[in-house]
Design a binder for this molecule. Structure first.
Ligand SMILES: [Zn+2]
Length: 294
């Protein structure tokens, strides 16, 4: 692999997920000369305007899709990464008891092989060494996040197989698959405790309570990427999603110097590796850099 540029593909469900999960990692690798491609499975069409300071977006799903295309372009520019859409339609977050059925034609209802095909094609075109996605629970119980996991795992497993997804490009087998774990209970609690200890009001109390109430099992963290130098780029990317991110809200509630001191890393779980590794790791490309694989 000596002399070849390393390539990282980060697969996400909606525009803005790339800025809230692993954003500083992608900015860091891009700055270090890695080719980084962020993939958004859906256009985020069913997202509400979550920023109380932002005016309503007119035009229904088409209007929101168009709006979020511009936000996403600005976020990709802030992170210094390339970006592609898979073109599926946001499933929305079903709410109520009982839950309403998912809207017809949405991403989460597309049969797996059909949903994974454009990602397989993109893997064969971009030829990533490493792919990041969500764990099988989605990391967050949104049907598109679970579907994002499923298509990523399928593309990772199938893109290198010449017998599968024929006609979608030359086979390419990525070497490592990771799950994003930036919202670990450990991180949120450490930051919360530090905010309280500093005599400030923490915005994470409710988050911690509901997380504990849902009894989400903590998944294993195998890999920590020190990326605090790129928190400013992450913050710029978050702010680019102006319909979604309140600049005075949750994501900006932690003083940056406190965050850097308490938690300067982003976390991942190595799900599959086709190269020998030693855990824990501090690099998504561990085992893939030149003589490490000799
Ligand atoms: Zn999302």
């Amino acid at each position: 692999m000596t002399g070849e540029r390393l390539r990282l593909m980060a697969v996400h469900a909606h525009p803005d997920d790339e800025s809230s999960k692993g954003a500083a990692t992608t900015a860091k690798y891009a700055a270090e000369g890695v080719d980084v491609l962020v993939v958004s499975c859906t256009g985020g069409e069913r997202g509400d305007v979550l920023n109380p300071q932002h005016p309503a977006v007119e035009g229904g799903l088409d209007g929101m899709r168009e709006y979020r295309r511009h936000e996403m372009a600005a976020a990709a520019s802030a992170l210094g990464v390339q970006h592609r859409w898979l073109g599926f339609v946001d499933s929305g977050l079903p709410e109520g008891d009982p839950l309403p059925p998912l809207p017809e034609g949405c991403f989460a209802l597309v049969p797996l092989e059909e949903a994974a095909a454009p990602l397989v094609q993109l893997v064969r075109e971009f030829r990533p060494h490493v792919i990041t996605t969500y764990d099988p629970t989605g990391g967050y119980p949104h049907p598109d996040h679970i579907m994002c996991h499923r298509v990523s795992a399928e593309a990772f497993a199938a893109a290198g197989d010449p017998e599968r997804y024929r006609g979608l490009g030359e086979p390419w087998a990525p070497s490592k698959l990771y799950y994003n774990h930036g919202f670990s209970l450990a991180r949120m609690r450490a930051v919360h405790d530090a905010i309280v200890a500093a005599g400030r009001e923490s915005p994470f109390g409710d988050w911690l309570d509901s997380r504990q109430a849902r009894e989400v099992p903590e998944r294993e963290v195998t890999t920590r990427i020190e990326c605090s130098a790129y928190f400013p780029q992450r913050d710029d990317a978050l702010r680019a999603h102006a319909t979604q991110i309140d600049p005075d809200g949750f994501f900006f509630a932690v003083p940056r110097e406190l965050e850097v001191a308490q938690w300067p890393t982003e976390e991942y779980e190595l799900a599959v590796s086709h190269v020998p590794v030693t855990l824990p790791e501090d690099d998504l490309f561990a085992g893939l850099r030149g003589d490490a694989t000799a």
